[in-house]
Design a protein around this ligand. Structure first.
Ligand code: ADP
Length: 433
């Protein structure tokens, strides 16, 4: 392993892993620190991390973005130790591309703890990813055409971002170290100039440098400048420049997964606009589908059992869809009766049981729609590590995972809310063949 990554949330981890694979690295993503306490009280037994010797990078997915700061630090340090014990030469602390954090953290405290742990010199910090509309100029983060502080992130329920000046934001979170700015005009001069500037800042006593990047080319310069750094702190953007620093080029080989076998199914618990369109598109093409009604779940009916009984005789090369996805009015009506949290839990639990039953019945290629829904299904299936394969749509790759319920392993695509084109549920399976 060359690169050890610590991501502060699950979909961010997949986004990073996907970028590394597209740039030529072979990547495994783990769910939590391997060997850590199993998060699944009623899930299957987690399986071992597969094929570590054959990968270039491991991405440990944590849920530390909004966790209590001490917990975020402890989890991140555990991940760092696990990765370094397995040969990681560089640590990549993956943060959100909108730098989601509170005045207490968690980006600053975690970055400080990681830097102390690995004895790193100055570490670059950048959430920039120009291709996806995240740019940093004079330390200020832009989301599309507007400053972070003018973007909808201003009103985020957990991590409202009211200041776009990342040097100031990060400095406020740092307890014992100082943060500088690596300006675009230096980055534009190339890696040698950037490295020289970083060295000078380090001599002046700075521990971190927020790095400007306004074009994807800047990220390649930064990856080169940080090539020998023990720690980088970034969104998923910097990843596009790292594999080339290790002599790796984009290749189909990096994304190769075992041959896909078994029946095909989709389980959908996302109610986003994109997923609603994807469900309609699937059904509109004549796809066969079973709707899970949350009110029947609340009444104690065995809807998961019914869904499985319905699905079993239909399993084969034509995918079956089991969905709770509903339009906003319908979701609101359910939530008014059950409460949003209870409705969510009932549906997640039922869909996770359906995913388990489908795999036990022979499904080997499974698409799950919804971030929370994916988390519930992955736990129920006892999955603890995923080898990252080819991309279906931006940000959503196929993965292959050892699975306690299926000895030959499972092909899995985990799609969070608004990701994916309208024909996603059809296209996904075409990518595998
Ligand atoms: P997304 O990635 O789109 O946010 P999630 O799976 O993270 O999707 O969240 C969707 C939430 O909505 C889950 O908790 C799910 O159980 C819940 N849910 C799904 N269908 C319904 C429904 N018909 N009524 C109420 N809640 C639902």
């Amino acid at each position: 392993m060359i690169l050890g990554c610590i991501a502060d949330d699950f979909t961010g981890a997949t986004d990073l892993a996907n970028n590394l694979v597209r740039a030529g690295m072979r990547v495994v993503q783990t769910i939590g620190v391997p060997g850590g306490p199993s998060p699944a009280p009623d899930g299957a037994t987690p399986s071992e991390v597969p094929g570590l010797a054959e990968v270039d990078a491991v991405v440990v997915a944590l849920k530390s973005r909004t966790a209590p700061v001490e917990q975020a630090v402890a989890q991140s340090l555990a991940a760092a130790r696990w990765l370094r014990a397995r040969g990681a030469r560089q640590l990549y602390f993956k943060v959100c591309s909108t730098f989601d954090s509170t005045p207490r953290g968690n980006i600053g405290p975690v970055a400080e703890a990681l830097r102390a742990e690995v004895g790193a010199g100055i570490a670059i910090v950048t959430p920039a990813f120009p291709e996806t509309g995240r740019t940093v100029y004079k330390g200020h983060l832009f989301v599309g055409d507007v400053l972070l502080s003018d973007s909808p992130m201003r009103h985020h329920p957990l991590t409202p971002m009211t200041d776009a000046n990342l040097v100031r934001v990060l400095q406020a979170q740092l307890a014992a170290t100082r943060c500088a700015l690596l300006e675009r005009r230096t980055v534009a001069q190339g890696a040698a100039a950037a490295r020289a500037r970083l060295a000078a800042l380090e001599t002046e006593g700075f521990a971190f440098a927020v790095a400007d990047a306004v074009e994807d080319a800047d990220l390649h310069v930064l990856a080169e400048a940080a090539q020998d750094a023990a720690l980088v702190v970034s969104g998923s953007g910097l990843a596009i420049g790292i594999p080339a620093r290790h002599g790796l080029a984009p290749s189909a080989q990096a994304a190769r997964l075992p041959a896909a076998l078994g029946a095909r199914a989709v389980v959908s618990g996302s109610c986003s606009a994109a997923t609603n369109a994807q469900v309609s598109d699937f059904i509109g093409r004549g796809g066969t589908a079973f709707a899970v009604d949350p009110l029947r779940l609340a009444a104690g009916q065995d809807v998961a059992g019914e869904a499985l009984a319905w699905a079993r005789p239909r399993l084969g090369p034509q995918p079956v869809l089991v969905y709770a996805t509903a339009a906003p009015e319908a979701v609101r009506a359910v939530q008014e009766q059950l409460g949003a949290q209870r409705a969510g839990e009932l549906v997640e639990h039922a869909l996770a049981r359906v995913a388990q039953g489908l795999v036990q019945a022979g499904v080997g290629q499974l698409v799950v729609a919804g971030g929370e829904t994916s988390g519930a299904c992955v736990q129920a299936l006892g999955i603890s590590a995923l080898r990252i394969g080819p991309q279906i749509d931006p940000g959503v790759p196929w993965c292959h995972a050892p699975c306690a319920l299926r000895p030959q392993g499972l092909h899995l695509a985990l799609k969070s809310g608004n990701f994916g084109g309208t024909a996603f549920f059809t296209r996904a399976f075409e990518v595998l063949t």
